[in-house]
Ligand binder design. Structure first.
Ligand SMILES: *Cc1c(COP(=O)(O)O)cnc(C)c1O
Length: 333
């Protein structure tokens, strides 16, 4: 997998640490747990979108763009990292924020990532919940072009075959670290939303014949829809890389039982997971993605899904800035 063929900028402090979680492992009494710290990618509080943005911004600069535009939910971590990447390269940034969650909570509407978006200089536009955000983003691109700007359109979550290359790189990085540390990885667990993370990991770990399965914990869509979306993007990503034989459908596994009432809505399992990681390991998860991903990991351990002695790597995809948008639900936890 020859990633140097693709335009790329430097943003990520790589390799991110691959570390054991001894106190959490002992507490849960299941497999040996490890964490891949992609919350430490280093750009404006970090996260997984930074890896995708290395390739997306690389392409934007190659095309002569002067503005990055993208979209997400109000508390999007992706928008925050895109705003930071734009600042880093002297590009303008405009973002559409969908009011996907119906709340007037001040922390949610103005705090956390929204506060950071503004600090980083992004121009924000609110859209009502249920808006066709992909279409709205094309409308914004057209309006900017009519004014003489040169926007580069980044889809929600940065999840297209260009952005997914960031997680191809992450999969290769993880494999290299595991080999160096003599660590046999039995499963990688990650939260999955816009699918670029799982798709890139599957493309690289399958393409490299690693034998390491990736389990996605959905934060939004039901399993069939999420698996189809991950499959489509992993195939397209494998196609760009010229991986022979493509990706088998069986390599795509998503568990949708930990979404709860919906995207971004709290669950007891999420609150437990965030609290356990904080108090046993000093690690900050987030309420929307990694909190539910870790709730899935904990739920599966309690179901006996992993054998004792197996090594399970949880991918920390970032998002802790979002905690400040959900302060009320953690008080007294
Ligand atoms: C976007 C995001 C995810 C999901 O990654 P996708 O590539 O969109 O599937 C997971 N965790 C955090 C913190 C995120 O911001």
């Amino acid at each position: 997998m020859h990633l140097a063929r693709f335009p790329r900028v430097h943003l990520v402090q790589a390799p991110t640490p691959l570390e054991p979680l001894p106190r959490l492992s002992a507490h849960l009494g299941g497999p040996t747990l490890w964490i891949k710290r992609d919350d430490c990618t280093g750009l404006a509080t970090g996260g997984n979108k930074t890896r995708k943005l290395e390739f997306l911004v690389g392409e934007a600069l190659a095309e002569g763009a002067d503005t990055l535009i993208t979209q997400g939910a109000t508390q999007s971590n992706h928008v925050r990292q895109t705003a930071a990447a734009a600042a880093r390269f002297g590009l303008r940034c405009e973002a559409l924020l969908e009011r996907r969650i119906d709340t007037d909570d001040r922390d949610y509407r103005l705090g956390g990532n929204v506060f950071l978006d503004g600090l980083l200089g992004a121009v924000l536009h609110d859209r009502p919940g249920g808006t066709d955000m992909a279409a709205a983003l094309e409308d914004l691109a057209a309006a900017l072009r009519a004014r003489g700007a040169r926007p580069y359109v980044i889809p929600g979550g940065g999840s297209n075959p260009t952005g997914a290359l960031g997680y191809v790189a992450a999969g290769l990085e993880l494999l290299h670290q595991a080999n160096e540390q003599r660590l046999r990885v039995d499963t990688v667990v990650t939260a999955t939303g816009s699918t670029g993370t799982q798709s890139g990991l599957v493309a690289s770990l399958t393409g490299a014949n690693s034998g390491i399965p990736v389990l996605g914990i959905s934060v939004r869509a039901p399993r069939p829809k999420q698996e189809d979306a991950v499959y489509t993007l992993s195939q397209a990503t494998a196609g760009r890389l010229g991986i022979r034989g493509g990706i088998p459908r069986s390599a795509i596994v998503v568990d949708d039982r930990f979404v709860g009432p919906g995207y971004g809505l709290p669950t007891p399992g999420m609150i437990e997971a965030v609290t356990l990681f904080a108090r046993l390991e000093g690690i900050l998860l987030d309420p929307v993605y990694t909190g539910k991903g870790a709730a899935g990991l904990i739920g599966l351990i309690r179901e006996g899904r992993f054998a004792k002695g197996e090594n399970v790597v949880f991918l920390h995809t970032g998002g802790s800035a979002g905690l400040f948008a959900y302060q009320e639900i953690f008080r007294g936890a």
